[in-house]
Ligand binder design. Structure first.
Ligand code: ADP
Ligand code: MG
Length: 292
């Protein structure tokens, strides 16, 4: 590979809105046959809105939203921003202390002297939270409707369910089709619920889905595919995608994503447009053909 030809490739990349870490990156795309797509923030816009708050029996909906919003205000996660925004619209949010982001599962913090947890039901269960009747039904109903639902609890009891929804990026379906035309197999990978993941996958034309995967598990999914002989490109945006982006043969970060993802990736899709992923792979193949 002559450095000049590779540099021409990098220059063309910049024109297309692809930031390439170094000319050597283009070489690793040669054999890619699989593209793993993170769901939230990659296939979808990641701009979620809060659609529903349901309080557990005996709880107050406004209080459920206010407590959840107070903790989520300290998180950058798309779910957190939707919850915090909706809560703030109803009035000032109390401060949170001891905030912790629990990657891929939720958040915790202390609000008005109460220990509050927001996230997957499994997280609260693990911490010994009591789950009142009706909570699982509310979660199930929200998910059937294609929404991402999380629970909020404090003082060892689940208090309510928050349902948010996100929209698929308008270009995602075409982007998946373009990747297929390049002979690549698209795979959807998400920490989100299986029902929601399958609905999004169907909408964009992906049939291989790994859902309910914890952040540490995302790397394992990529490794697993590699062990089965697949050469993997991964596109992601989140802190929770960083390790998988580094593990992939080619890591592509959404320019709209987190710094952690951008640092771990080989390429950045500057405008956060998934269809540019196909351009990136096409460009590198073309560049290599010129070189060889
Ligand atoms: P994805 O893999 O689709 O980008 P994440 O790994 O970021 O999704 O999140 C996986 C799941 O963890 C979410 O669907 C949600 O249940 C829970 N979760 C993560 N962060 C938060 C948060 N800040 N607030 C509530 N729930 C969260
Ligand atoms: Mg994401």
């Amino acid at each position: 590979a002559t450095p000049t030809a590779l540099l021409v490739g990098t220059g063309r990349g910049a024109q297309l809105g692809i930031l390439i870490k170094g000319p050597q990156v283009l070489e690793s795309t040669r054999a890619v046959d699989t593209v793993v797509l993170d769901k939230t923030g990659t296939v979808t816009t990641g701009r979620m809105s809060l659609l529903e708050v349901s309080a557990a029996a005996g709880e107050d909906r406004d209080e459920v939203l206010r407590m959840a919003g107070a903790v989520e205000a300290a998180s950058e996660h798309p779910i957190a921003q939707a919850v915090a925004r909706a809560a703030a619209e109803r009035g000032g949010l109390p401060p949170v202390t001891g905030f912790a982001g629990l990657q891929g599962v939720g958040v915790s913090g202390t609000v008005e002297g109460r220990a509050v947890l927001v996230g997957r039901l499994g997280l609260l269960r693990e911490r010994g939270y009591l789950v009142p009747a009706g909570v699982e039904q509310a979660l199930g109903a929200a998910r059937k409707a294609g929404r991402t639902a999380v629970v909020v609890g404090w003082d060892a009891r689940v208090r309510g369910v928050l349902a948010v929804a996100d929209v698929v990026r308008p270009s995602s379906r075409d982007a998946v089709a373009a990747l297929r035309r390049l002979g690549l197999r698209p795979v959807l990978l998400t920490g989100d619920n299986d029902v929601v993941a399958r609905a999004v996958a169907a909408e964009v034309g992906v049939d291989e889905v790994f859902a309910e995967v914890l952040p540490a598990g995302k790397v394992e999914v990529v490794k697993g595919l590699q062990e089965r002989g697949r050469v993997v490109a991964m596109v992601g945006d989140g802190v929770n995608d960083a390790a998988a982006l580094a593990q992939a043969d080619l890591g592509l970060a959404m320019g709209t994503g987190t710094d952690a993802a951008i640092e771990a990736a080989d390429l950045t899709l500057v405008r956060g447009d998934l269809s540019v992923a196909a351009d990136a792979i096409r460009l590198s193949r073309r560049t290599l053909r010129v070189i060889k």
